[in-house]
Design a protein around this ligand. Structure first.
Ligand code: GEK
Length: 246
């Protein structure tokens, strides 16, 4: 009988003498779906609405990129909604353990759509003929100084009318709001069953790995990258998703 706890995130459940920097290794990949659902408020909603967004913006004979695709949840959501068979999904992630587990998750999607899965740094991925590019909680892992060049290449690779969906953990300029929304995020995690120890150790592990920025910083960069306009279409506490238009 399958162990119901097998895919439950317990990575930070036991006390560690030293907390190493967070990595998308096999242990994380095994439990990643549970980890992100219980860690990112609004994650499920972001995914299901991504399907609706894709229905509206996907164009025949174009490519749809999911950069930092992890287990393929974004492609699964978009692919299930799209009646347009003439699109090619391109999922990219530089974690081999993630990609190894991604392909079987996308078996159904592959029956209906072309699918390419690439194990590479998204900074090296050529973006071509794209109607939709998704960066669902991935830009935050790219060094800050390299984010503009990536966004400019994405904009360049979009067809007219193409969009970028950019979801990120965000910071706030006002220290009181920053403190309150961090507390609410931790309250959310506690309500999902994480202990104070798990929350503290994960926070220490991810601190210098996931670098969030303010909404203003994101919007200024999207504009500098050449996007004509953008809007936040979903925000849950300190997590937000932007739609940016070529
Ligand atoms: C989802 N979008 O389920 N190149 C390629 N992949 C990278 C890079 C890079 N430079 N840096 C990080 N990654 C997914 C969730 S998770 C978000 C995305 C999170 C990959 C990394 O291996 C991981 O799979 C993903 O980006 C980030 O909707 O864990 O908060």
């Amino acid at each position: 009988m399958p162990d119901p706890e097998a895919n439950k995130d317990q990575v930070y459940a036991d006390p560690r003498a030293q907390v190493a920097a967070f990595a998308f290794d096999a242990r994380v990949a095994d439990v990643f779906d549970d980890m992100i659902r219980r860690s990112v408020p609004g994650y499920g909603m972001t995914l299901s609405l991504l399907g609706i967004i894709a229905q509206h913006y996907a164009k025949p004979n174009t490519r749809i990129y999911d950069l930092g695709c992890s287990l393929g949840a974004g492609i699964a959501s978009m692919g299930a909604k799209l009646q347009t068979p003439e699109v090619t999904f391109v999922g990219v992630d530089n974690s081999q353990p993630m990609l190894d587990r991604c392909r079987p998750h996308l078996a159904d999607i592959q029956q209906q759509h072309c699918l390419e899965l690439l194990c590479q740094d998204i900074q090296q991925t050529p973006i071509e003929n794209a109607s939709i590019v998704v960066l669902n909680f991935t830009l935050q892992f790219i060094p800050k100084a390299e984010r503009l060049a990536l966004l400019a290449r994405i904009r360049e690779g979009l067809v007219p009318g193409g969009i970028l969906v950019l979801s990120e953990k965000i910071l706030f300029d006002d220290p009181q709001i920053q403190a309150d929304l961090t507390t609410l995020h931790h309250d959310f995690k506690r309500a999902q069953g994480y202990s104070d120890l798990e929350i503290a150790q994960k926070r220490a592990a991810i601190e210098n790995v996931l670098i969030p920025e303010t909404i203003d910083a994101h919007e200024s960069r999207l504009s500098a990258a050449g996007f004509a306009r953008d809007e936040i279409w979903l925000q849950c506490f300190n997590f937000a998703s932007f739609l940016a238009f070529k």
